[in-house]
Design a protein around this ligand. Structure first.
Ligand SMILES: O=C(O)C1=C[C@@H](OP(=O)(O)O)[C@@H](O)[C@H](O)C1
Ligand SMILES: C=C(OP(=O)(O)O)C(=O)O
Length: 428
């Protein structure tokens, strides 16, 4: 990492495929009779967990260069897995397959790593139980998740929180359940499930926060080309904005409105970032150009924008630390239930360098600060990929080597992160 310091960054980059879309393509491919080709999938730890779970249910998945091929015997020929389904560090895998397996009327035991063991699963268990699922949790809240076979029926469900994982778990459970399931969302969360289910032939509609799915029909296999992940792109974008003389372009990245909240914040801050949309068939796609911006304005965000940038808040906190004005994030209590408590992690680590925070249960204010970084300061990544990548960007822009306890979790969402930055290094 040391050679990335004292440098500026330029050039063009393609970030790896979108994690949320890759998970869903594997699951819908496994449910749809026939063959689904997934082009440019995200080949990461989290998506491999979904791949292994789909194999354990009976889907055949072949891997070749930048393409995964899923061949399914059809949803009604999938079977109860022989072993425990291991979901690693992936909340998306854990919650979505709970809905998928309940909907198939199969049995399973699902568990993940130490972080997954602390993430709440009652948020999916409750609506699925209303549908007739039999799901047992440890202390009525946490994995391991034990599912017994039952027959489900459709429900109307008003979600207490905006969560694409909860929404998607219910939609997966209702796919082969006869009748109409309706979900009311409090604010729009990522809509990849709705877009892809329509492509796979499901009878689904979505309007003004109300999603309706009429279940009981088989899915049709379909090919998916995965766009670059804007949540991964956020790290090099912020690096370019904060690092003197830098100017980069990211090609082929998802611009789906339910995911692009970070671009709105960069705009509020007056950052030198421009966006060009290149296509809009299903998932919007385009190019983002980001360049060094010497003076960044403040921002205040809460409400509907939060689900649109939920995974980008750790890197936004870093941006805020270099703003000359106050920056506030509220309504983001969900951050406390991610791979780690991301509000705590960001406040604890950045405070070590003079960043002034006021912490709230649901967010934080970053006050204009004098950031002062000592070479070789020890920082903690909490085994959380997004905290680790934020700290790496911090180390680079401050030109000080930070000693991060463990960086291996980068592979959860962005294998090749350091290599990508290296390729953009100006004097490389
Ligand atoms: O559905 C998805 O693919 C995801 C939804 C979000 O979680 P919640 O649904 O818990 O908000 C997000 O934080 C996660 O990284 C991926
Ligand atoms: C929260 C995340 O993922 P998951 O919920 O799938 O673990 C993330 O990628 O930041």
């Amino acid at each position: 990492m040391k050679h990335l310091l004292n440098s500026s960054f330029s050039g063009t980059l393609k970030v790896p495929g979108d994690k949320s879309i890759t998970h869903r393509a594997l699951m819908f491919g496994a449910l749809a009779n026939g063959t689904t080709h997934i082009h440019l999938p995200l080949e990461s730890e989290d998506t491999r967990r979904t791949m292994e779970c789909m194999r354990a249910l009976g889907a055949k998945i072949e891997e070749s260069d930048e393409k995964w091929t899923v061949t399914s015997p059809g949803h009604d020929a999938l079977h109860t897995p022989e072993d425990v389904l291991y979901t690693g560090n992936s909340g998306t895998t854990t919650r979505l397959i709970t809905g998928l397996i309940s909907g198939l009327g199969l049995a399973a035991k699902i568990e993940g790593d130490a972080s997954i063991a602390k993430r709440p699963m009652d948020r999916v268990q409750q609506p699925l139980a209303e549908m007739g699922a039999d799901i047992a949790l440890k202390d009525e809240k946490y994995p391991p998740i034990k599912i017994k076979p039952t027959t489900l029926f459709p429900i109307t469900y008003t979600m207490p929180i905006a969560s694409a994982q909860v929404k998607s778990a219910i939609l997966l459970a209702s796919l082969f359940t006869k009748g109409e399931t309706t979900i009311h969302e409090p604010s729009p969360s990522r809509n990849h499930t709705e877009i892809m289910l329509e492509q796979f032939g499901a009878d689904i509609s979505s309007k003004n926060g109300v999603i309706t799915l009429t279940g009981g029909n088989a899915l049709k296999s379909s090919d998916v080309t995965v766009p670059g992940d804007i949540s991964s792109a956020a790290f090099p974008i912020v690096l370019a904005v904060l690092k003197k003389d830098s100017s980069i372009t990211i090609e082929n990245v998802s611009l789906n409105h339910t995911r692009s909240g970070i671009l709105d914040v960069l705009d509020m801050m007056g950052a030198n970032v421009t966006v060009e949309q290149t296509s809009q068939s299903g998932e919007a796609l385009g190019r983002i150009h980001a360049a060094y911006t010497p003076k960044l304005k403040g921002f205040e965000i809460s409400g509907d924008i939060i689900p649109r940038l939920i995974d980008e808040i750790p890197i936004l906190a870093l941006l805020a630390a270099y703003s000359t004005e106050e920056c506030t994030v509220r309504g983001a209590e969900e951050l406390r239930f991610k791979e780690t408590d991301r509000i705590r992690a960001v406040v604890d680590e950045l405070s070590k360098f003079g960043v002034q925070f006021t912490e709230y249960e649901d967010g934080f204010t970053v006050h204009p600060s004098q950031v002062d970084v000592m070479e070789n300061t020890a920082v903690k990544g909490y085994n959380d990929h997004r905290i680790i990548m934020m700290l790496i960007v911090f180390s680079i822009i401050s030109n000080r080597l930070l000693v991060i306890d463990d960086m291996s979790a980068i592979d959860i969402s962005y294998p090749g992160f350091l290599e990508d930055l290296e390729a953009l290094r100006k004097d490389a």
